[in-house]
Design a protein around this ligand. Structure first.
Ligand code: PLP
Length: 408
């Protein structure tokens, strides 16, 4: 039972992920003095005492149904576009092909701007607006920029979005039409990040870079909350996630720990979190295999553009913790493998994944073949965006397509 007098958010503070030191959550914040990400804390005892799973389940199907566990204090600061509560789609035909009886895809393709980045942007932009931010800037591989430009427009904030010149074209169009200042960089997202650093130092715009602002991860956390709710408040055995900067994995891990603290899921059972990267950009997989910290790479490349993050130095330690603490693993897939998986999933299930999402399907296949998954494991693969956003990753074979206008 909830009371109208209960706060909309039970946010209590921010904690440095490296030192545990507390920070004021009611003013705009970036990194801690230790140079680490700040993570949001909530009064989970109070949430547990005042809200039930049934109350949550009866609310509107958007990510804001978990508002006690989100940072926005004033419901009037939520300007939603219907984000969240994406389907958890059983894919039995694909599962049978891969030797799994319980394969599901959490399909993020229907979100505003066509990717899961809408979650982080919806929550991050709403909280920034609530704290009085009027102008923000960020580097992106495309999807996050499109999402943040969109929600910045929704909140009447100015946005400066810096992305590599070869980011998916549609994300440039989305960013531009949302009225943001779009800057194209001849380089990688790390170069875009440096440009944003200089820009915010010069102008005082709020730095909304991945994991430099604390609330994007809260939006992404809702993927974990939804997966568990959609499975009847049970955790799956494995969650497979395409990892670039790492926010998604970090968010899902945080969601699971908060659900355990609330007593809404079994305190002894965590799904194994699996991080998938492209063979052409795999700093986290290398660190995991070597048992070391993440080291920056150079000259990385993959068609799964969102995974082309050569230096995920802020998220790296937190992703590695999530994998290790849950008994998960990290692996790479080649571009050819993820493109084959994209075709397989679409032809067997009618589900057109983005290349990053298809990487999780290719990874599931490898994990099953390698004996890391058993036939009856409940496996959730994340399709983080719409395949339609990437019309250029597949070459249509003229020998198959063009028949001189004659229908065979
Ligand atoms: C479609 C898609 N999937 C996955 C990722 C990786 O996201 P994360 O930062 O959560 O690791 C991105 C990042 O740009 C993306 O656009």
């Amino acid at each position: 039972v909830t009371s109208d007098r209960e706060p909309f958010s039970h946010l209590t503070g921010l904690t440095c992920s490296a030192t545990g030191r507390s920070y004021d959550c009611d003013r705009p914040q970036n990194l801690s003095e230790a140079g680490a990400t700040l993570l949001a804390e909530y009064d989970l005892d109070r949430v547990s005492a005042t809200v039930t799973r049934e109350v949550v389940a009866a609310r509107a199907p958007t990510l804001w149904r978990y508002h006690e566990l989100l940072p926005v204090r004033d419901p009037l600061c939520v300007r939603d576009l219907g984000e969240g509560f994406t389907p958890l789609v059983p894919v039995p035909t694909l599962g049978a092909r891969l030797g799994l009886t319980n394969l599901l895809v959490k399909d993020e393709s229907g979100l505003p701007t066509g990717s899961f980045k809408a979650r982080g942007a919806a929550v991050g932009a709403a909280r920034a607006a609530e704290l009085g931010v009027t102008e923000l800037a960020m580097p992106t591989n495309g999807n996050a920029g499109a999402a943040w430009a969109t929600y910045a427009a929704r909140h009447g904030m100015r946005a400066t979005i810096v992305m590599p010149v070869d980011a998916p074209r549609v994300t440039r169009v989305e960013t531009h039409l949302a009225g943001a200042d779009l800057v194209l960089i001849d380089g990688l997202i790390s170069d875009a990040g440096r440009a944003v650093g200089e820009y915010v130092a010069r102008t005082g715009a709020f730095d909304a870079s991945t994991l430099k602002e604390p609330y994007r991860v809260e939006g992404k956390k809702t993927m974990g909350l939804e997966i568990v709710e959609q499975l009847g408040w049970q955790v799956p055995d494995v969650i497979v996630y395409p990892t670039g900067g790492g926010v998604g994995v970090i968010g899902i891990h945080k969601a699971l720990r908060e659900l355990q603290a609330l007593g809404w899921i079994d305190a002894d059972r965590m799904p194994r979190l699996v991080c998938v990267q492209a063979a052409g950009c795999d700093p986290i997989v290398r660190a995991f295999e070597a048992g070391q910290d993440v080291v920056a790479q150079t000259d990385t490349s993959t068609v799964a553009f969102g995974l082309n993050v050569p230096a995920p130095l802020l998220g790296g330690p937190l992703v590695l913790d999530a994998i290790r603490q849950t008994g998960g693993t990290a692996l790479t897939v080649e571009d050819e493998e993820l493109l084959s998986a994209m075709a397989l999933c679409s032809s067997l299930e009618g589900l057109l994944c983005c290349p990053e999402g298809a990487a999780t399907i290719a990874a599931v296949q490898k994990l099953r073949e390698g004996g890391h998954l058993s036939e009856t494991d409940v496996v959730v693969a994340l399709n983080t965006g719409a395949g339609n956003k990437y019309p250029d990753v597949v070459d249509l074979d003229p020998a198959v397509i063009a028949r001189d206008g004659l229908v065979p």
